[in-house]
Design a binder for this molecule. Structure first.
Ligand code: ZN
Length: 470
């Protein structure tokens, strides 16, 4: 406590500290019965979510299952857990939609060690194999390392690349405000590094972790191979060890890096999307999807990515039941499997949406972490529909939503081509890539109020879509 905290402030100063509620209410026509009903319901949704924290407690239990990579035993446990939770919460219909998914396993051996160097011999680096990487022979591979910061630089130095391990070391650009944009500008190294390395005869790839935090926790993620080139093992290294490696090879260019990995790809596995719905009371054939992805990377709890989105989507329906709100239109929670390495769940649901000709008026996705609400990204060609959602800001603001804008909704719902609106929930993103795809993405990193406000924001949006339609 500092000295200032003992000062008793005049009341007007205290009320001025909570401005968001004031403009929200002033924008609503006071004389409208409907506006009053919407505002009252939106308020109830927010206060119930914040006070009861039922979604947050569900997320705690969900995270106890552990990481849920597609094809793993854990992912099937998580699928069953969510299905049973939906049945218990009294949804009208709950079902599993079968999907075949890739099945990759990290294995038990994962080691990177420096050899052939008087100064650094035996020094181990903190690494994680990239998802989908091949393993090494049992005796490992060892090779000299060349550091590059881009594919262009590798192309220029291609004559040096043969039989080497390529170290892609370009960090996320911290000067960019939107960390998703910063991440996407550095992610080519992780996703395509093994292909680019193999082009010039490299034997392995090590990539600086895509993180906004300067710690030594490695961040995994997806990568690709092509059939026309040899497959080489690929790993991510912790940010601090990336700095270490960069300095070490400057000091001792002859050092070698030895990689031992026993990760492997197994045959595709049977898995499922989990789907639950509340049937609409007036327009049951008009469907509003609210979604997240149930799978995660195979490290950490996948708490933010995307345990949070999955449980928020389920909680939207649960809040409706707890508040006894009977939606006019059908609300369907879809928890997709396999967003992380193939999007097979989204593709399967997309085909179902297409062939069944069900009328999806909107599909909402939460897959950007469980931080404080900011806005909604909307994909549609209709400016009129965006304006309509924008006109609901007075109610959405009660959960902290400040804006709606065109574009960038979400990867899973983009497969529901016949949805009139595809809507991505956007929370604050400054800390998301501190923990994304890493052992640090654990339940303890999720703040209950921030998480619950996300559920509430989506529940208000779903409520208004259900009341008004499009
Ligand atoms: Zn995700």
């Amino acid at each position: 406590m500092n000295k200032n905290s003992l000062i008793i402030y005049p009341l007007f100063l205290l009320t001025a500290a909570i401005p968001s509620v004031v403009p929200a209410q002033s924008l609503v026509k006071e004389d409208s019965v409907q506006s009053n009903k919407y505002r009252e319901t939106a308020n109830q949704i927010v206060t119930t979510a914040l006070k009861e924290r039922k979604g947050y407690e569900a997320l705690r239990n969900f995270c106890i299952i552990g990481p849920r990579l597609s094809g793993s035993r854990n992912s099937l446990i998580a699928i069953n857990w969510v299905k049973n939770k939906m049945i218990e919460s009294g949804l009208d219909t709950v079902w599993l939609q079968p999907v075949k998914v890739p099945h990759w396993e990290r294995g038990n051996v994962e080691k990177a060690m420096i050899l052939n160097s008087i100064k650094f011999n035996g020094r181990e680096l903190n690494i994680l194999a990239l998802g989908g990487s091949i393993g090494t022979p049992t005796e490992g591979i060892s090779a000299n390392v060349i550091e590059v910061r881009s594919f262009e630089e590798l192309e220029k130095r291609k004559d040096e690349a043969k039989s080497k391990i390529i170290f892609f070391s370009r960090p996320i650009d911290q000067s960019i405000l939107n960390t998703f944009e910063a991440y996407s500008k550095a992610a080519d190294q992780r996703v395509f590094g093994a292909i680019e390395g193999a082009k010039y005869g490299a034997v392995g790839v090590i990539v600086r972790s895509l993180t906004t935090k300067y710690d030594n926790v490695p961040h995994t993620g997806n990568m690709h191979y092509v059939d026309s080139l040899p497959k080489v093992p690929a790993v991510a290294v912790g940010y601090l060890d990336a700095d270490f490696l960069s300095n070490a090879i400057k000091e001792d260019p002859n050092l070698k890096l030895k990689l031992n990995l026993d990760c492997q790809t197994l045959p595709d596995a049977q898995s499922y999307n989990v789907i639950g719905e509340i049937r609409g009371s007036e327009y049951p054939d008009e469907i509003i999807v609210v979604s997240g992805h149930l799978d995660s990377r195979d490290v950490g709890d996948g708490a933010h990515d995307d345990g949070a989105g999955s449980i928020q989507a389920s909680e939207v329906l649960d809040i409706f039941n707890r508040l006894n709100i009977k939606p006019k239109r059908t609300i369907r929670a879809v928890l997709f499997i396999n967003e992380e390495n193939g999007s097979m769940g989204a593709k399967e649901y997309g085909v179902f949406a297409d062939t069944s000709k069900q009328n999806h008026i909107a599909a909402i996705e939460s897959d950007r972490g469980a931080f404080n609400p900011l806005g909604f990204n909307i994909d549609t060609d209709s400016i009129k529909l965006i304006k309509k959602i924008e006109s609901w800001l007075p109610y959405l603001k009660l959960a902290g939503i400040s804006w709606v804008r065109k574009g960038g909704s979400g990867s899973d719902i983009s497969k529901i081509k016949n949805a009139k609106l595809q809507i991505g929930y956007v929370p604050v993103n400054q800390r998301y890539f501190d923990i994304h795809h890493s052992p640090s993405d654990v339940f303890e990193e999720v703040h209950p109020r921030e998480f619950e406000l996300g559920s509430a924001a989506m529940a208000i949006l779903v409520y208004l879509l259900s009341e008004e339609g499009l």
